[in-house]
Design a protein around this ligand. Structure first.
Ligand code: AMP
Ligand code: MG
Length: 646
């Protein structure tokens, strides 16, 4: 992990007259990227000697990998950070300065008044950034895609990805960092970065022939997604949820509570009978009693205190009259005397009751002031029932993330249109929309984008405006028309967190974040093949939705299951998520998973019949295939209801 120092240069902050916002901002930007870890922070006045002293100490003694300064780059006579920096640099890095200035000039002409320097001293990179809070954020965003790579180059590190890259055909060696989770390949100055002209005028020959992104595990990919969701929630309002809204309990199904729910009155509100029978005085014991009246649930009961020798006929749920301290069920009584019109007059209690028998005391189910539902609970049918029981008809819940779904591909058309030559109908959007909706999250249909930079950019821009999480399908593989990552990085300054996952199907799944206006948006770029899109939606999209919604356990649930197969299943070098039907047979604690047939990732019906994704291990020397009729146990991710056969 690279060691990073953040140096704030400011007369007012160094004397405590001003509050340093930009230094801490840079610390959090560095820490939330994968550039490195901030080991040093300091604040010095606008003084050449002081700045030089701090920089020299960090470069020559502490041997930091990267120093970012903030402040002192302007035109006022006290602004001397670039002069102090240049005086200790071995080599200058005008490309970094150019990148910051050109990016900032696109935002404001005032950027022309910033005079940053950048370069290296020994193995340390030093970069000056302006003093304003907003400017450091922007400048860090402009440089972040190249920082990890720059550090590796200065350190002359030979990373696994670098070696891989060098072995690639037609690619200049030394362009890719092992820190690729934050390095958009198209931002690397050495990379072939296809422009619209190149793509459309034969420049395709220069495209990458292997993904430069490192292959990461599904678990790592899921953790990255969840970590980013968490970070986003903290950024939004610091309380770990997108926003809070008040809804009627009848509209709250599936929502996550943003407050504890407290009972304002007890349940039952009166001592209630548990049985149909007679309210009695327990110390009267067994014997014949006079039936004085009745207490019927919901109606005006006879609530005069009962005296010795009296009993009251009572129903389940009816109030027990004062004086009575037990209920004897009708089965333990005998009719002794009735009136001519059929009214009970005398009844014998056959066995002596104990005090409290078959009575629910006041508040025995729910006490006044009891927390009946905790903040963070998901409201399912029983939880809504609890709300109803305590009379809480309006609840504070978290705002759900809005999910935009966008299909991409020149060949993709709306299912309602007549099929054009060379086209296929868009099935992904329908599957994903309804999958996300079925989990209760609001969805925006963002349409279909063609595979050209302009249309894709426009569609992505429009889509990002309308959602918190954009889910795209297609355009993330290695084809010359797979432009999503390029558009995200070059047009939206997105940070690509991963773009290759060790799984089948779903390898090119891409996860990025970018800032639109003042909001961070998440983008999950799923592969176009319908099965891959569905599988990765379960693994990443739904997990992200739940995390953003405040669910405590956002990852999909797994069960242990035996695999029953009628033919051998060859294993893939990647862990495979096979579509299976899981059922529990009578008396068995382990489920049985039956594979849904041909598992090619374009065969939509293999998912349509499945309720589980069986995780097969990667092929190894020990295990090359699952033998026919095998009874091996595997983990299954549930994507549908379990069948239980009795
Ligand atoms: P891509 O990931 O764009 O290379 O697409 C991979 C495969 O998935 C191609 O055969 C596409 O035609 C197909 N595909 C892409 N998007 C969709 C979609 N929305 N619906 C159905 N099939 C699709
Ligand atoms: Mg495509």
């Amino acid at each position: 992990m690279a060691k990073v120092g953040i140096l704030t240069v400011s007369d007012s902050c160094s004397t405590g007259q001003g509050i340093d916002k930009s230094g801490p901002e840079l610390v959090s930007l560095v820490e939330s990227s994968n550039v490195g870890h901030v080991t040093e922070t300091q604040c010095v006045p606008d003084n050449v000697q002081e700045i030089r002293k701090a920089l020299l100490n960090w470069c020559d003694n502490l041997k930091l990998d990267l120093i970012i300064t903030t402040g002192g780059t302007g035109f006022s006579p006290r602004d001397v950070t670039p002069e102090a920096t240049v005086s200790i640099l071995d080599r200058q890095a005008p490309g970094m300065v150019h990148r910051m200035l050109s990016g900032s000039l696109a935002v404001t002409p005032m950027a022309a008044l910033s005079r940053p320097a950048a370069g290296t001293r020994g193995n340390t990179i030093i970069i000056n950034m302006p003093g304003s809070h907003k400017a450091v954020r922007e400048c860090f965003g402009f440089l972040q895609p190249v920082l990890g790579h720059a550090i590796d180059l200065v350190q002359d590190k030979k990373s696994p990805v670098k070696s891989l890259h060098e072995s690639m055909q037609g690619i200049i060696p030394g362009c890719v960092s092992d820190n690729v989770t934050t390095i958009p390949v198209h931002s690397c100055p050495h990379h072939h970065n296809p422009t619209l002209q190149e793509v459309t005028s034969g420049g395709v020959a220069g495209r990458l022939r292997q993904s430069p992104y490192p292959m990461i595990s599904v678990q790592d990919a899921q953790n990255i997604v969840l970590k980013k969701c968490d970070l986003l929630l903290k950024q939004v309002n610091g309380v770990g949820m997108l926003d809070i809204e008040t809804v009627s309990f009848t509209d709250a199904i599936g929502r996550v509570l943003a407050e504890d729910v407290v009972a304002k009155d007890p349940l039952p509100p009166f001592p209630a009978s548990i049985k149909d029978g007679y309210a009695v005085i327990s110390s009267d014991g067994a014997g014949v009693r006079t039936v004085r009246g009745e207490s019927s649930a919901g109606y005006n009961p006879d609530l005069k205190p009962i005296g010795t020798g009296e009993i009251i006929r009572i129903n389940t749920g009816a109030p027990v009259p004062p004086g009575a301290d037990a209920v004897v069920m009708v089965e333990n009584t005998k009719l002794i005397k009735a009136s001519s019109d059929g009214e009970e007059l005398e009844v014998e209690i056959l066995s002596a009751p104990t005090p409290g028998l078959d009575i629910r005391p006041i508040g025995s189910d729910i006490r006044v002031g009891e927390v009946v539902l905790q903040k963070g609970s998901t409201l399912g049918p029983p939880e809504l029932g609890v709300l109803a029981a305590v009379g809480v008809t309006k609840v504070k819940v978290t705002r759900q993330p809005v999910v935009g779904v966008l299909s991409t591909g020149n060949e993709i058309q709306d299912p309602s249109e007549e099929l054009k030559p060379g086209h296929i109908r868009d099935s992904n959007k329908t599957t994903l929309k309804y999958l996300v909706k079925s989990k209760g999250f609001p969805v925006v249909d963002c349409g279909i984008a063609k595979d050209d930079l302009t249309t894709l950019t426009d569609k992505v821009r429009e889509s990002l405006e309308s959602c918190d999480l954009l889910v795209t399908t297609g355009g993330v593989s290695m084809g010359d028309r797979d432009l999503l990552r390029q558009v995200l990085v070059s047009e939206f300054k997105a940070e690509i967190h991963f773009a290759r996952v060790n799984m089948k199907p779903g390898k090119p799944t891409t996860f990025a974040t970018c800032v639109v206006g003042d909001k961070t948006k998440l983008v999950l770029g799923l592969p176009g093949n319908p099965v891959s899109a569905t599988v990765t939606c379960h693994l990443y999209v739904l997990a992200a939705c739940r995390a953003l919604n405040g669910h405590k356990k956002p990852l999909p649930g797994k069960v242990r299951s035996l695999l029953k197969t009628d033919r051998p299943i060859p294993l893939d070098p990647r862990p495979e998520y096979q579509r299976v039907w899981v059922k529990f047979e009578a008396g068995k604690s382990v489920g049985v998973a039956t594979n849904t047939g041909n598992q090619i990732s374009s065969r939509t019906t293999s998912v349509a019949q499945a309720n589980g994704l069986l995780i097969l291990p990667p092929r190894s020397d020990k295990l090359k295939e699952i033998p026919s009729g095998s009874n091996m146990e595997f983990d299954v991710i549930l994507i549908g209801d379990l069948t239980v056969e009795n």
